[in-house]
Design a protein. Structure first.
Length: 237
């Protein structure tokens, strides 16, 4: 699990551990990973940690090459919120290097190990509905997630013959401590009213979809793009 130190990544690690998965949580912030490992152990689960920066090819190689994984969740992601006219080159590079190139590096390294060891596996890329539909002030993020959706399909096509499934999970707007204040504001409430279910998603709304893509329950799914968004994608323009 990349991006396992906080937010949805931390939630997903706990979910998988509770289902009996031996979790490897990877992120740049090792202190947060240590506390996550303790929480999982106290709950009776199993977890190890890895210091990993997906934006660095050297970091990915050092952390992942030669390891065996049956499930890989590409969750690491960053964003830049500003008008497209103000996006700087460094901003764009940071978003693309993490959200798209980083996911490619991790998926490729894991798939090479699976193939070399004759193992089948599941790779789940955490994309976004913003990879399928756009919003203002997040041009680089939307482009990176759209690229991740297409990357998912391309890898699924090539790796199906090896028994490696690659799917994308596209969350809509999920309430977290980081965005709670915004969604309590007038602008945030207006956005919620545009969601057909008239509510934000909760992290647990993603639990069953993630488990479907990670487990044998989704054994005949590859190249799928699964949106969990309260109907946001089908809302009227």
């Amino acid at each position: 699990m990349t991006g396992g130190s906080s937010g949805l990544g931390r939630h997903f690690c706990k979910l998988l551990a509770a289902q009996g998965v031996a979790v490897t949580a990877a992120a740049r912030r090792t202190e947060a990973l240590d506390s996550l490992r303790s929480e999982i152990a106290q709950a009776g689960g199993e977890a190890t940690t890895l210091e990993l920066d997906v934006a660095s090819a050297d970091s990915v190689a050092a952390a992942l090459e030669g390891r065996a994984f049956d499930i890989v969740v590409n969750n690491a992601g960053v964003t830049v919120a500003s008008p497209a006219l103000e996006h700087g080159t460094q901003d764009i590079d940071a978003v693309i290097d993490t959200n798209l190139k980083g996911a490619f590096r991790v998926a490729q390294t894991a798939a090479r190990a699976m193939h070399a060891q004759g193992r089948e596996g599941a790779i789940v890329n955490i994309a976004s509905i913003l990879g399928l539909r756009v919003a203002g002030h997040v041009a680089a993020y939307a482009a990176s997630k759209a690229g991740l959706v297409q990357l998912t399909k391309a890898l699924a096509l090539e790796w199906a013959r090896y028994g490696i499934r690659v799917n994308a999970l596209c969350p809509g707007y999920i309430e977290t401590p980081l965005n709670r204040d915004f969604f309590a504001s007038e602008a945030g409430q207006a956005l919620i009213r545009r969601i057909p279910q008239r509510r934000l998603g909760r992290p647990e709304d993603l639990d069953a979809p993630l488990m479907l893509l990670c487990s044998d329950a989704g054994a005949y799914m590859t190249g799928s793009v699964l949106a969990v968004d309260g109907g946001h994608l089908v809302s009227s323009l």
